[in-house]
Every structure is written in C-alpha cells, then in structure tokens.
Design a protein around this ligand. Sequence first.
Ligand code: PMP
Length: 352
Amino acid sequence: MSRFLNKKYSCLEPYTPGEQPRDMKYIKLNTNESPFPPSPKVIEAVSREASMQNLYPDPTGKALCESIARLHSVNPENVTLSNGSDELLAFVFMALSENGIAFPDISYGFYPVYAKVFGTDAVKVPLHEDFSIKAEDYYNAGRTVLIANPNAPTGMALSRDEIEKIVKNNAENLVVIDEAYVDFGAESAVPLTKKYDNILVIGTYSKSRSLAGARLGYAIASKEIIADLNRMIFSFNPYNVNRLALVAGYHATEDVDYFNACVKKIISARAWTAKELENMGFSVLPSSANFVFAKKEGISGEKIYTRLKEKGVLVRYFSGKRVSDFVRITIGTHEQMEILIEKCKEVLNEEA
Ligand code: PMP
C-alpha cells in the first residue's frame, strides 16, 4: 500500500474473481460464463464496427435500449445500460441505499465489498436451513432490499409471486432483483416494474448471451429510477458502455433463435450433470442457473476443487461457514460435463 491511499480504503477486502487462466489447458467451469461463443451475427457486426473505434459510442445506447425494451415489453425510458451489471450494482450501493441495504448472508460475493467501499450499512439475512430465501424475511425492511434471483452460489430461485410479495411489503423501500442467471429457468420480475415503482431489475449479457468479455449489463425500472441511475452514470463515466459492446449487445438481443438454442443446451446439460452427481452420492441444490452447487459427505469443497484442478477441470469453492463443503460447477457443453463427471469419479475413487 502506498502512503497516498485514502485511509478509508486501507481496510478494503477486494472481491476475488474466479481464476482466468491464459492458456486454455483447463476445462473452465469456474466463473459461470457461457461455453458457447457469441451469436455469429454478433461476431460479424462487431468486426464491422471495429473500424469505427476512433469515435466515442452513443452515451445513451439508444438502439440497444430500444431492443431490450422491445424484448421485455417496456419503454426505452425504462431501460439503461452499464459496463457489466456489477457497475449498476455499485450504483445501487452508492446512490440508492441511503438507509442501508439488506441481502442474503449467502449470495453474490461482491455485495459485501460494495457495502464496504461505499460505506453502506448492510444487514445480512440468513438463508434458511435448506438454503432457501423466504419472502417474509424481507418485509418492511426499512432499507433497500437486494436479492439475486436465482441466488448465487446456490442457484435456487424465488417465483415471481414471492418477489411480488417482497415488493408489496416494502412500499417505502427499493427492491433490487439481480437477474444475472434468470434465463436458465427462473421467472423474471421485469413485469412487476410496470406495476410497482419500487422495484429495479438488473440483468447481464455475461451469462445466457455469451458476452462476458464485452462487459454489458442493463437495468429495467420506472422511468424515475432509470433517470436516477443515468444521473449517476453521467456523473461518473458517460461512455460506460463501449462501441463494440453496444453493437454486440444489440445483435445478441435480436438473435432470439441463437439465444434460445444455447439456453436449451445448458438446461439439458444441467439436468444430466445433476443426475450424474447425485448417482455418485453428491447432494445437489435445485438449480435454476447455469451452475450447480454440490457437496459430497466426507470431502471438502476445497479438496474437490484442488483435485479437479490437477486433472484439468476448474470449478469454484468458497470458504464461508455453511458453504465450505460445496463446489460450484458452471454448466458447460455436454462434452465438458462428461469429462467433469469422469474426473469426479476418479477423485472419489482416489480419495476412498
Ligand atoms: N450478479 C451475480 C449474482 C453474479 O454472479 C455476477 C457475475 N459474477 C454479476 C451479477 C455480475 O455480472 P457482470 O458484471 O458480468 O454483468
């Protein structure tokens, strides 16, 4: 640490992203990316746009906002864009949580980091014994409520009706739903944004739309909340979404067939993987996401992670209290999942 760092940041514990190895000697099932490349239409459009890199992008991202609005049957004024959904989450902590924030104790690891960096008072609401979230736990929170739905790293989802109960019972508070994984089997809360003025839905192009490298997120909410977010964006980095990401996002949104085909393959590979893991004696939480959270009696998450890594498969483990027995396994292609299962069998045999 240099002597120049503002003291208030000296005790930050930064978020640790999953490993991003340069060489692709690993089967990479550790950061919930899509195993599929972006749509061919995206690749073609980005190549064309590359020659325009001397010009700034449209700071309003108009064409992409309109495309997202059409997809979700809302108006463009109900949509804004960001450099990854992490950026919008940062604005939630920075600017939309004056009375503090509440989120599940086991959830996306960036939430506590943002609470620290922006000095947001954070209440962590314990998940239930079965790792579920109960709507009642968030009623009349007296602060902003933030829920990842499906939750990460559990993969478990609340229904739209349950989310609606949380929104209804927090008329004076903002309810933020982080839908990073919603396309893999959960119900989106976007329709609620037309009925309630206290819900903000945040989504990403990093998972179901194969654009993790482009860094693109979006928000859908009342036009007033979107105006607030734009006020923050235009006070911080008006060109937050670059030219290539805008074009990539537009074509990824428009190519519905490609999107549907990719999501279908992931859901089918997830069902197969969960069954195979269970056959091997793993407990697997019910997942509506592009990953499964699984544990095997008698072997820690870290041990499984280390042994699989030695065999060329990267997964993720967590050190927290109730999660250290688990590994989070991103769903890749069917072929990748076959290798994962084969390697898991080897690990269990060798550890027996
Ligand atoms: N929310 C959740 C629950 C996530 O797991 C992630 C990805 N790590 C994000 C948001 C952020 O995604 P991105 O910034 O790539 O849009």
